[in-house]
Design a protein around this ligand. Structure first.
Ligand SMILES: Cc1cc2nc3c(=O)[nH]c(=O)nc-3n(C[C@H](O)[C@H](O)[C@H](O)COP(=O)(O)OP(=O)(O)OC[C@H]3O[C@@H](n4cnc5c(N)ncnc54)[C@H](O)[C@@H]3O)c2cc1C
Length: 477
């Protein structure tokens, strides 16, 4: 086996140059970190191609040697999709990081898959345009990873998931052939929409090397408001009014429970309370944006808030007076992910349910979790405008962290059951990876699984592309 590995490493080095095939533990460590500490990752080597041609040659070689490949972007995914085993080669796309073109007339940009998301956001702004994809990991995740997980984030409400932001793709298929589907057309009804097979496939069907992304007018006016409310049904009423009374201008509508914001105040020094001395059960962070210079968003927000306050839907509100205050509000929202690290271990969920069932979902999951693990602390927050709740549980103060982690699948099974019974999904935006393959057999019909299996075996008959991810092991062996 050692001889075989050495030979493959040498063959890879002949493609990329020796310095771009990492075998030393010190050098590979960063590519093997797993965010949530749920999976161990190892690798035969990490290879760093710099062009589509190199990716294609690597894949061709691996196919010939029946060598498993794990495509990898910024390694920020939270379901173990980029986790590798000792026999697999990690192909990280970080060196494919060119913005090939920006079209200011067509509102598009063609980018390579290793570009960091935040760099693309800045590049759009430099051209007075806007790339709305935005999420907590944007400083390190790559657009190829976003495409492969069909990432959501905070602006889905107005602009859609990553899938909705893509016009064309370039993909190296599992046989090494390159599919050039880099069209920038808004209308192109010419048979099956192939790009959508690869978006959200988590690297199981090929390696995405480039994409044409949709851009938008830059929202020069943003109006951000922190709102205190009594209950989740009030949040939903507020959401419905927001849509109607602001002409669907809202880009974000984020819900946070008191438990979440209190933890942020406790652990993240720069997070402050916008309602000092007053304790409210729920908070909504709402943002409207427009590209005019007339301040329409701010006016709409002020008028709409006044009416909601008079009608008793909201308890209190602070409208950001400047960019700095808006950023502080967003800092609080983003801190909720981070502050859970200081609360001990946490069991994480990422579910979606139809909007009308969100209140029942939250009530039922909180009471179920508390009866399964007495003393557990429920962090309910999320992109509620999209029906997406991150229902996370922090270990009870008097419980050992490992004993708590042992409850992971029992608790998440229960949460997924409740979501399913309310017409929801067990994975709203984070994907499947390794973490949720067992839920695929539980909640996907045989017909759906058969279609997925047929696509996988048609494109990757030898199952070399990220084996064991998305589809349960055994289904494609
Ligand atoms: C702090 C934080 C906040 C987050 N917030 C959100 C959020 O709001 N919404 C959301 O949806 N997600 C969120 N995520 C998770 C999210 O999925 C990832 O951050 C991001 O989309 C993954 O990109 P990545 O480049 O890190 O991919 P990786 O983690 O490297 O890979 C993810 C998957 O994509 C595959 N892959 C990567 N690149 C390619 C490629 N070029 N071709 C084929 N397959 C590839 C991998 O094999 C793997 O299966 C968050 C994560 C963190 C850490």
């Amino acid at each position: 086996m050692r001889n075989r590995n050495t030979k493959i490493q040498q063959e890879l080095a002949a493609i990329t140059g020796e310095s771009h095939v990492l075998t030393n533990d010190d050098l590979t460590a960063a590519y093997l970190k797993e965010r949530r500490g749920r999976f161990d990752s190892e690798t035969m080597c990490v290879v760093l191609p710099a062009s589509v041609e190199e990716v294609s040659e690597i894949v061709r070689l691996c196919r010939k040697r029946n060598q498993p490949i794990v495509p990898q972007g910024g390694n920020t995914g939270v379901c173990g999709g980029a986790v590798s085993n000792a026999e697999s080669v990690i192909v990280n796309l970080q060196r494919l990081n060119r913005i090939r073109s920006v079209d200011q007339t067509g509102y598009t940009m063609e980018v390579e898959s290793g570009c960091i998301l935040a760099d693309l956001q800045f590049a759009a702004i430099d051209n007075d345009l806007y790339l709305p994809l935005s999420l907590g990991a944007e400083g390190s995740c790559q657009i190829g990873g976003n495409l492969s997980t069909n990432a959501g984030g905070v602006n889905v409400l107005r602009y859609g998931n990553t899938r909705d932001l893509v016009l064309g793709l370039e993909v190296v298929l599992p046989d090494g052939n390159v599919w050039n589907g880099l069209n920038s057309l808004r209308k192109n009804n010419t048979g099956y929409d192939l790009k959508n097979i690869f978006i959200g496939a988590e690297g199981t069907l090929g390696i995405i090397t480039a994409a044409v992304l949709k851009l938008f007018p830059r929202p020069v006016n943003r109006s951000t408001v922190m709102i205190a409310i009594e209950s989740v049904p009030d949040a939903l009423e507020l959401f419905s009014r927001t849509r109607k009374e602001t002409s669907d201008f809202a880009s974000s509508f984020e819900l946070m429970s008191r438990v979440c914001v209190e933890s942020a105040f406790r652990h993240i020094p720069e997070c402050s309370d916008f309602f000092p001395g007053r304790v409210y059960p729920w908070y909504v962070l709402l943002e409207l944006g427009d590209s005019t210079d007339g301040g329409i968003s701010q006016q709409l927000n002020e008028r709409f808030l006044e009416r909601a306050f008079e009608d008793g839907i909201i308890l209190d509100a602070v409208l950001a007076q400047n960019e700095n205050q808006s950023m502080q509000m967003w800092r609080l929202r983003e801190a909720i992910v981070e502050c859970q690290n200081y609360e001990g271990k946490s069991i994480k969920n990422d579910v979606s349910v139809p909007l009308s069932n969100i209140a029942e979902f939250i009530d039922r999951t909180i009471s179920s979790a508390e009866s399964m693990i007495p003393g557990v602390r429920s962090f309910a927050y999320g992109h509620i405008g999209d029906g997406n709740i991150h229902f996370n549980l922090s270990q009870p103060e008097n419980m050992d962290g490992d004993a708590f982690f042992d409850q992971w699948y029992a608790v998440t099974d229960e949460v997924h059951e409740i979501a399913d019974s309310l017409g929801g999904s067990f994975s709203a935006e984070h994907g499947i990876g390794l973490l949720k393959t067992r839920d695929m057999t539980r909640y996907k019909s045989t017909v759906e699984l058969d279609i997925m299996k047929s696509i996988k075996s048609a494109l990757d008959p030898d199952n070399i592309m990220n084996p064991g991810k998305v589809l349960p092991s055994g289904l494609c062996d």
